[in-house]
Write a protein that binds this ligand. Structure first.
Ligand code: SF4
Ligand code: SF4
Length: 252
C-alpha cells in the first residue's frame, strides 16, 4: 500500500477530516526481553567511570548537549558505534522529550513518541548517553548525594525487562529513568520529522493530528492526537472572593 493510501485508510479508520495534518515518525519494533546480566554489568561499569570522573573534577564546566550538538544532529556516541539503521527510516536518534518546547506541544510529543515506541533509544546501548556532566548536573540539584547513592538510583531504575539491543532503560512504557536522571540530550531531542512538525505548529498543536509510525515497508501503527482546548478563564461568579491581580481573563 502506498503512503498516500495508508494515510487515507488511517484517516477513515480514525474518522479524521482530510485536512488533519499527518506526522510520520519511525516505528520501533524491538522485542522485549529480560535485561542480561552482562548488559547490567556493562552499564554499571560505564556509570561508575562517569561518577568517578564527576567526583574527581566536580567543578568542570557544565556541558549542555543542546548547545553543543547542532539541532537534530546525531549525537557523538560516547562509547560504541551505533547499530545499522534500516533503510529509508528516519534516522535513529536519541529519544526526544520535552525540554525546549512550549507546554501545549508536550502532549503531542508524548503521543508521537508513544506511537513510535522509542526508535531513537536504540543507540542508547549500555551507556544511555550518561557521562560525567550529567552526574555533575545531578549533584548540583541534589547537593550532598554520594557516589554510591547515585549509582544505586540508576541501577534501581534498570528494572528487569528492556528492548533487545536498545538502551538498557528502554522499556515497554518508554524510558524508565526519571527525567532528572536523564541526560540533557535525552531530555531535549526530537527526531527530524517530529522536530519539523513542531516547528510547523509552534503556535500550538493542531486540533487533531494523525500520527503514523512506519518503516520502509509499511505503516505499523497509527494514533490520533487531540489537542486540549485552551483552559477557559474562571467566570466572575467563580472568582468571588479572589484577588484579581492579572489582566482581564487571568485566572489569578
Ligand atoms: S523522538 Fe519520539 S518519535 Fe522521534 S524517534 Fe524518538 S521516540 Fe520516535
Ligand atoms: S535514557 Fe531513556 S530516553 Fe535516553 S536513550 Fe535511554 S531509554 Fe532513551
Amino acid at each position: 500500500m502506498s503512503l498516500a493510501a495508508a494515510i487515507r485508510a488511517a484517516r477513515r479508520r480514525h474518522g479524521l477530516a482530510e485536512d488533519a495534518p499527518v506526522l510520520l515518525v519511525p516505528a520501533h519494533r524491538g522485542k522485549l526481553a529480560p535485561l542480561p546480566a552482562a548488559r547490567r554489568r556493562a552499564f554499571t561499569r560505564h556509570l561508575s567511570e562517569a561518577i568517578a570522573e564527576a567526583f574527581a573534577a566536580p567543578a568542570a564546566e557544565p556541558h549542555n548537549a543542546r548547545t553543543a550538538e547542532p539541532h537534530n544532529a546525531p549525537p557523538a556516541e560516547p562509547r560504541k558505534a551505533p547499530p545499522a539503521e534500516p533503510r529509508n527510516t528516519p534516522p535513529a536518534e536519541p529519544r526526544g522529550t520535552h525540554d525546549g518546547i512550549a507546554a501545549p506541544l508536550v502532549p503531542l510529543v508524548r503521543a508521537a513518541c508513544a506511537c513510535c515506541r522509542g526508535q531513537c533509544c536504540t543507540r542508547g546501548g549500555e551507556h544511555a548517553y550518561l557521562d560525567a556532566d550529567t552526574i555533575r548536573r545531578l549533584r548540583r540539584t541534589a547537593p550532598g548525594i554520594g557516589a554510591g547513592a547515585i549509582l544505586a538510583r540508576y541501577r534501581a531504575a534498570l528494572g528487569g525487562e528492556t528492548y533487545e539491543g536498545s538502551c538498557v532503560f528502554h522499556g515497554k512504557e518508554g524510558c524508565k529513568l526519571d527525567r532528572a536522571l536523564r541526560t540533557d540530550l535525552c531530555n531535549s531531542f526530537h527526531c527530524t520529522p517530529l522536530a519539523a512538525f513542531l516547528r510547523a505548529h509552534d503556535a500550538g498543536p493542531p486540533a487533531r493530528s494523525l500520527i503514523l509510525a512506519g518503516d520502509d515497508e509499511a505503516i505499523r501503527r497509527s494514533a490520533v492526537h487531540r489537542a486540549e482546548p485552551p483552559v477557559a478563564a474562571p467566570s466572575a461568579s467563580r472568582q468571588a472572593g479572589a484577588t484579581r491581580t492579572g489582566a482581564p481573563g487571568c485566572p489569578t
